[in-house]
Design a protein around this ligand. Structure first.
Ligand code: ADP
Ligand code: MG
Length: 224
């Protein structure tokens, strides 16, 4: 499903070039559950953004479901992102003053579904994340855990092949974190490929495979 070969990502910072990813090789099969760990600044988010087609590498190849996405243009990438990737962020990234239902349905607008199809599917995924009774609420009327559930429902709405989550429990207390991790476990058990970044060993323990980055390279790759 995912095959990355010798991926490098440089950033230009003033007159300096910073080599953030220094040559990553990685294969992830359909249905895997992977935790990505490593110190702050080791390149986890940079790698996730590449995996999620939010960014393209400086060099190296990225084959996603048989397509080389490393050299695609923005419009092609946007389409892949919308259809094949569900991205969950630490800070939820929901639209304010917009109901949970409309936040969840948004990716379906870009995918070209009618309003009735969007509402039916968004209702279904909000039910899956146990927020049927909060569909008309706006983000500021929801708790952190509920906001993250809305964000997860939005990530699932177009039935992507991969769910990516960058520190999804980073802004949540430990009890809420467990609830969110139980939800990711359920999503994985439904057959989805899940890749998540975490700092915490007990969160990483939910995954089947743990990859550790250090200074832009894979330091270890092991099975839980
Ligand atoms: P992590 O998620 O592991 O904490 P990041 O991938 O966010 O690390 O960042 C790795 C390094 O790359 C950091 O030193 C960061 O400052 C740098 N970096 C990330 N994005 C950019 C960018 N857009 N421009 C310049 N430097 C960046
Ligand atoms: Mg990060």
């Amino acid at each position: 499903m995912i095959k990355i070969t010798n991926i490098k990502r440089d950033f230009v910072l003033g007159s300096e070039i910073v080599n953030v990813l220094k040559g990553i090789d990685l294969t992830i099969d359909k249905g895997e559950y992977v935790a990505l760990m490593g110190p702050s600044g080791s390149g986890k988010s940079t790698l996730m953004n590449l995996l999620g087609c939010l960014d393209t590498p400086t060099s190296g190849s990225y084959i996603l479901n048989g397509k080389d996405v490393s050299k695609m243009h923005d419009d092609e990438l946007a389409e892949i992102r919308n259809k094949e990737i569900g991205f969950v962020f630490q800070t939820f990234n929901l639209l304010p003053r917009t109901t949970a239902l409309d936040n969840v349905a948004l990716p379906m607008i870009y995918a070209g579904y009618s309003k009735s199809e969007r509402n039916a599917r968004a209702t279904e995924v909000l039910d899956q994340v146990k927020l049927s009774d909060r569909m008309d609420h706006q983000p500021n009327q929801l708790s952190g855990g509920q906001r993250q559930r809305v964000a997860i429902a939005r990530a699932l709405v177009n039935k992507p092949s991969i769910i990516l989550a960058d520190e999804p429990t980073g802004n949540l207390d430990s009890k809420t974190s467990v609830e969110i991790m139980n939800l990711f476990a359920e999503i994985h058990n439904n057959g989805n490929t899940v890749i998540l970044v975490t700092h915490e060993e007990d969160i990483a323990a939910y995954a089947k495979r743990v990859i550790r980055l250090r200074d832009g390279l894979i330091e270890s790759d092991s099975t839980n």
